[in-house]
Design a protein around this ligand. Structure first.
Ligand code: PGA
Length: 251
């Protein structure tokens, strides 16, 4: 049984007091970490104080990091810096990073390597644009992303990896993939992992769906065989909605 992972991606929302208030009010109400893995991906600035406030069952992660160990990279944050304040999870290759900050698959690959080296669990985001879906290119896009992003890794490297299938047309648009579309893509990703790294790891790896997940659609999405959790943007900003969605993973 793969443990479900319910993750909130706050993006560039919330100031310090709002972030702290959220974590203080949800930390005692999310499911036990033995049943569901719950993570909030917060802005860098608040990671340390949120980690202190988050308790046993809620984890705090970073939304990005640089691939170099250290160096003259103004404004960047390394894996070792995250690790030094107790951060063990990071989102890599979110479509907004790819689109607005020109992150390529080669950079995503290096960031994953840096995360594995630092023993930080990465959530690798992949997914197609609306145009690609309409041209029926979803599978070829996923294949290319998975192949390039995971280039030169071994089955062992992948043991902690989480993948999030996030169709770009569903992110922040209110337009969710149907549970059938989401399951199709996640099951295809599992097949790709099996073909490239073996059946055993493909059964172990957790694959999330992301894109306009909210309390009203989460149960259908989580009921699918190959969907092991969700990455939630907008709806993770509201503490009551977020708690509801973590509890949905217990059903
Ligand atoms: P959304 O964002 O839930 O607001 O669509 C998802 C994401 O970007 O991870």
């Amino acid at each position: 049984m793969r443990k479900k992972v319910i993750a909130g991606n706050w993006k560039m929302y919330k100031i310090h007091d709002e972030a702290l208030h959220f974590v203080n009010s949800v930390s005692d109400r999310v499911p036990s970490k033995f049943e569901v893995e719950t993570i909030i991906f917060a802005p860098f600035l608040f990671l340390k104080c949120l980690t202190k406030a988050s308790g046993d069952n809620l984890k705090i992660g970073a939304q990005n990091m640089h691939f170099e160990k250290e160096g003259a990279y103004t404004g960047e944050v390394s894996a070792a810096m995250l690790k030094s304040i107790g951060i063990n999870h990071v989102i890599i290759g979110h479509s907004e990073r790819r689109k607005y900050f020109n992150e390529t698959d080669a950079m995503v690959n290096k960031k994953l390597q840096a995360a594995f080296d630092a023993k930080i669990v990465p959530i690798l985001c992949v997914g197609e644009t609306l145009e690609e879906r309409e041209k029926q290119l979803t599978k070829s896009v996923l294949k290319e992303q998975i192949t390039l992003d995971l280039l030169n890794f071994t089955e062992k490297d992948l043991s902690t990896l989480i993948i999030a299938y996030e169709p770009i047309w569903a992110i922040g648009t209110g337009k969710t993939a149907t549970e059938v579309e989401a399951e199709d893509a996640c099951s295809y990703i599992r097949t790709l992992i099996s073909d490239q790294f073996g059946e055993a790891i493909s059964q172990k790896i957790r694959i999330q769906y992301g894109g306009s997940v909210k309390p009203s659609n989460i149960e259908k999405i989580l009921s699918q065989k190959n969907i092991d959790g969700v990455l939630i943007g907008g709806a993770s900003l509201n503490s009551e909605d977020f708690i509801k969605m973590t509890l949905a993973a217990l059903k």
